[in-house]
Design a protein around this ligand. Sequence first.
Ligand code: ZN
Length: 564
Amino acid sequence: MTRTLIIGLDGAPLELIERWAATGDLPHLAGLMERGTYGELRSVMPVLSSAAWVSFMTGMNPGKHGIYDFVQRDLQSYRRRTVRAGSTLAVPTLWQLLGQAGQRVGVVNVPMTYPVEAVNGVLISGLGTPDYRPFTHPPALEEKLRAEGYRVNKRTHFAPGNEQAFLDEVNAITDMQAGAALELLGSEEWDFFMHVIRDPDEMGHFFWAASDPTHPAYTPALAAAYGNALRDYYRKIDGWLGRFLAAVDEETDVIVVSDHGSGPLYKDVSLNEWLRQAGFLHLKEGVSAGSAPKQLLARLGITRQGISKLLRRSGLGRVERWIKDLLGDKIELLAESQRQELSEIVDWSRTRAYSFGYHGQIYLNLAGREAEGIVPVEEYASLCDEICAALGRLVDPADGQPVVSALYRKEELFHGPHLAWAPDITVIMRDLAYITRQGYEFAATPAGLFATPHTHETGSHREMGAILAAGPSFARQGRSQTPANLIDIAPTVLHLHGQPVPSAMDGAVLAEWLTGAGLGEGALSAAPVTSGGETATAPAPAPEWSDEDEETMMQQLRNLGYVE
Ligand SMILES: [Zn+2]
């Protein structure tokens, strides 16, 4: 019986793995490269862990599973709401399909696995889990983990001056979670086991510049202090990979996979402000860009820490004191009823398009879809053309060069029953070295379209992640010149486990990566991949989701820089 171990490295690009494998820093990753096949792995759009890991676990594009981001706009109120996947997904996950076939699974710390689904084995949910909610299957596992101090989420977050505490936290939580996963791997019966190490992503967000002399934020002092931080973290990961490899036999297939890559982040772009200047978006009477930052900050419900950072950048110390006097402790956590969002600043009756989300997603204010939509369906295509043409002319005045490197209409990227939730236009700016963030444009950067990220991030996501695969099913052929797709992994694992690949899956079996053993009886053509076995699972009823849960999740996303 085939056994598969997957180690997920959130946000790890092949470039860094190859660089530090070549210098001898990552012997276990280098060993996999030597013994198997590896290459780039194409993620999904938008390039975010939420959309990406759910695409990984379902083998489907976001149009079929419905998860495009960590947040989703409410079509009635235009407000943002956090999204959940896990047991509420209407399409089956890889581990659900394996479990239904009687195979045992272990799934540890995969993002978007909350609410916890009942798997045939064990599951510890990952990113997207409120700390105080049940996070394991079987439920009894939670008590043991909590007694050992296990937690899903970090308690210390990155801030300038707080680097060492953040690094200590990253190292501690990585060790705690990987240690728990390794213990389960040793104590449980399993056919498929998976653990995701989350922090290649956050380390890339916050420490990219320290080892990148071409980055504008790079300084010799930064390099002296933290120039090895990212590499050292990859060395830690490699050490854990070594321990996992030592715990499985040679008959186990091992796949290392990242949900997306990482690269330098240079600027935030206020796409909503651009839409306003270009006449596609209008603010309500009495609210103009930069005119009333203090009211807007309060309306946006930004945390005290966030406000201080924003205002320091804007030189508005007096306003900060005024806000503190006015709102006192309420700044920390405004009740939802007191908080207004971008949704309430915009005059929807005159707005044809708006940006919402991390990266550069643009939505039309479409009649019949958005509650106050004004764009007739027959003008949809021409308005998309108009916006795309105007975006094509957008340049950064700092260098006079174009900003937009790729534009996608939603039909180019997505298909399926959840297409209505897809961004109408996905904007890629400078290969994601420029991004946008919904929610603060008119408060944080009142004057300009471009700003250094106020979150202090110097790195962000890239479309290309990495895959390294070795074991009896995988050919030993070194670096693949053709990128694989993130959505190919679920079909490939199902095939290796002798299971039919549901035809609803968009990915394909990575046949050219497999040996004869992996292909089954001789060539794949002689033993074709089976389709069918459609498993229409009804989603489990969503557990109660309180205002506190919502605010907790939103705060987690703020800490990650994914929302403001
Ligand atoms: Zn990230």
